[in-house]
Design a protein around this ligand. Sequence first.
Ligand SMILES: *[C@@H]1O[C@H](CO)[C@@H](O)[C@H](O)[C@H]1NC(C)=O
Ligand SMILES: *[C@@H]1O[C@H](CO)[C@@H](O)[C@H](O)[C@H]1NC(C)=O
Length: 192
Amino acid sequence: MDNLLCSVLLLAVTTLILIDADCSTYPAVKNSYLNKDDQCDDTSITCNKGYNMKQMVKCEGGEWQYQEPFCEPQDCEYKYTNGTYLSFHSKYKSISNQQECTEVCNNDATCGGAEFHTGLCFFHPPPVIAVFIDTDLNECITKCSELNECLMLNYYPDDDESKCRLFNVTLNDLYEGEIRFDSRHILVEKIC
Ligand SMILES: *[C@@H]1O[C@H](CO)[C@@H](O)[C@H](O)[C@H]1NC(C)=O
Ligand SMILES: *[C@@H]1O[C@H](CO)[C@@H](O)[C@H](O)[C@H]1NC(C)=O
């Protein structure tokens, strides 16, 4: 087929986005992927898991103008299990502050997130995927909502340095020994 006609069909919507002749670049729809074959036949865009496609239209001069589609996060529900947290074996090392602690973790493939605590840096393994310090519970939930891989979070309110830990597993994926109880902790599962 004529490569210049190589186009992207968006769901049932009539908008065609022309992409370059050899299909080498992808239409820039954030949080999506392109399903294409060599001929660019039946090419479509699918939003990543956890996102829904939305396309805005507006009426201009009596005609519908289609806007670029986008993938927006699905509305998820957050299920609280209060007084529960996850326990994991973390390596630690003497380090001077949270920033350095985070940097060392970012350069270590085995580290999911790091927490600085009285002169020591604790490197948490997966299923930890990120740690945020000094957020409130709502901010922690927002962080999880923004990360596709985040399925659960553990919030530990602490006047000095609250801890927000994000995980890529749910409670069902864990075995009992990993689940601990402490009234101060809040565990929240993301259900989309
Ligand atoms: C769990 O903790 C949250 C946040 O502190 C609170 O809003 C909620 O009422 C608690 N739920 C139960 C069942 O105690
Ligand atoms: C969680 O993330 C880690 C590190 O990115 C990865 O190795 C692991 O396979 C993930 N686990 C699940 C259940 O997705």
